[in-house]
Write a protein that binds this ligand. Structure first.
Ligand code: GAP
Length: 432
């Protein structure tokens, strides 16, 4: 497996991820996404949205505000329970999460004595309006889920879905994490993709098992190696305050197994809490049994940034070709930031305008890169490093035979294809 340092350096060199505020020395575990990272994130979110919302008729979308009424966080239990145990080293003054220490009571950095544990709420606080007093306090959401629960009635009335049905949402969440690190694995600002699937009480166990399996398979279908994935069921004593059962899809990161996505059985905890908190009945009328009840919820919750990290780690490959090392990201075609690169062998006319016309034509369908600098071998290596599945080379022969060469990232095989058929052939090779 590739080391994190190697991956971080590739990410910077090729424009996937940059340290945020780098020219000011960086800013506490915040990261910026460059041209490649931005495309890749969009592809991840698009793949999730297609599978979760567009291709199903039992899930609809939502885009709720990041700032919500402060009572939301009182009712949801986050104000009271969304805490981590914090300890400080009396000697070197570093801070740690007590539940992540290998030796309790001892500083892992210098061996010094640690302070007593105190609970630290990881929600970011801000003020709404010009006055910075307690009546103006608001929080940046630490999960997208609550925006879904508080809109349950609106979405249900508008969409007229019958149980079981889900509401999906993608967007930024914020947590003032005590310990961050491992690149984009744990950060303070990140993007989530969550879906709350509302079911009839009593059918929740069955749907929980369904979503655990469905989410594991989603990663496999997008090419993540099955040996690097596993399921981990949380022990009952360690469950979040809202959960009756949680299973993580875990990935084998360079630092060991860790969470990639969590699937939680949230019962009727949230809808009940918001019914009590708001005074608004968040119930469902079942016209088959003629009864009102609060649905139970199964929640698959994933992070875009963590997923991007996993796709990159899993796709990274090095091989020796003609005595040289070739670095290649074997990304799934849907996830790869660039689908096709158009590479003219010369910058001169009329080759250049033939190649540019091709680029303009293909870019209406796919994200296309155009590169006319340096030797063709170096250009192929650059495309391999960003995971471009197909390169189209326009050479001098093209002017005579109106054909181009398609080079495959994984096999490095080359096919000669008439320009007239190019779009169809690319479509067949990409699959979309
Ligand atoms: N609504 C449930 C919920 O938020 P979670 O396990 O705390 O559950 C879901 O978060 C997913 O969000 C995680 O599996 C992870 O992918 C991502 N995530 C959570 N905290 C994160 C952080 N500090 N940095 C990056 N991603 C994070």
């Amino acid at each position: 497996m590739v080391s994190m340092d190697t991956l971080v350096s590739l990410c910077k060199r090729r424009g996937f991820v940059f340290q945020s505020s780098e020219i000011y020395g960086g800013f506490g575990s915040c990261w910026d996404y460059g041209p490649m990272g931005t495309e890749m994130k969009r592809n991840i979110k698009e793949a999730w949205w297609r599978g979760m919302v567009r291709e199903r008729d039992d899930i609809v979308g939502l885009d709720s505000a990041i700032l919500q009424h402060p009572q939301v966080w009182v009712a949801s239990g986050h104000l009271e329970n969304f805490t981590d145990p914090l300890v400080d080293c009396k000697q070197c003054r570093q801070r740690f999460r007590a539940d992540q220490l290998e030796t309790a009571g001892k500083c892992p950095a210098c061996g010094g004595e640690l302070t007593e544990e105190r609970q630290f709420n990881t929600m970011f606080k801000t003020f709404v309006g010009p006055l910075e007093d307690t009546s103006a306090v608001a929080y940046l959401r630490p999960e997208t889920a609550q925006g879904i629960f508080i809109n349950f009635k609106n979405v249900h009335n508008a969409s007229r879905k019958k149980l079981p049905f889900g509401i999906a949402q993608q967007g930024k969440s914020f947590r003032n994490e005590i310990t961050t690190g491992n690149f984009i694995f744990r950060t303070r600002e990140f993007e989530q993709m969550e879906m709350e699937f509302f079911v009839k009480p009593g059918t929740d166990e069955e749907w929980y098992a369904y979503w655990v399996q469905a989410r594991l398979n989603w990663y496999k279908d997008l090419g993540v190696k099955p040996d690097n994935l596993r399921l981990y069921e949380h022990p009952k004593a360690k469950l979040s305050h809202y959960s009756k059962g949680t299973t993580d899809v875990e990935y084998l990161y360079p630092f060991g197994w860790g969470e990639l996505e969590g699937i939680a059985s949230r019962t009727d905890f949230d809808l009940k809490a918001h019914s009590t908190g708001s005074g608004e009945k968040l119930e469902y009328f079942d016209d088959e049994t003629n009864e009102n009840y609060i649905p139970y919820v199964i929640e698959p919750a994933a992070g875009v940034d963590r997923m991007l990290l996993v796709f990159l780690l899993d796709a990274y490959d090095e091989e020796t070709v003609n005595g040289e090392t070739r670095v290649v990201l074997r990304l799934h075609k849907r996830i790869a930031p660039v689908k096709v690169a158009v590479l003219p062998l010369s910058k001169k006319e009329p080759l250049a305008s033939t190649a540019r016309d091709l680029r303009n034509q293909l870019s209406k369908r796919w994200n296309v890169d155009y590169d006319d600098r340096q030797a063709i071998g170096r250009r192929y290596r650059r495309q391999d490093e960003i995971g471009t599945p197909l390169c189209v080379t326009v050479d001098f022969q093209t002017l005579e035979d109106q054909a181009v060469t398609i080079r495959d990232r994984d096999t490095m095989e080359q096919d000669r294809v008439p320009i007239a058929n190019l779009e169809d052939v690319l479509y067949q090779k990409l699959g979309f």
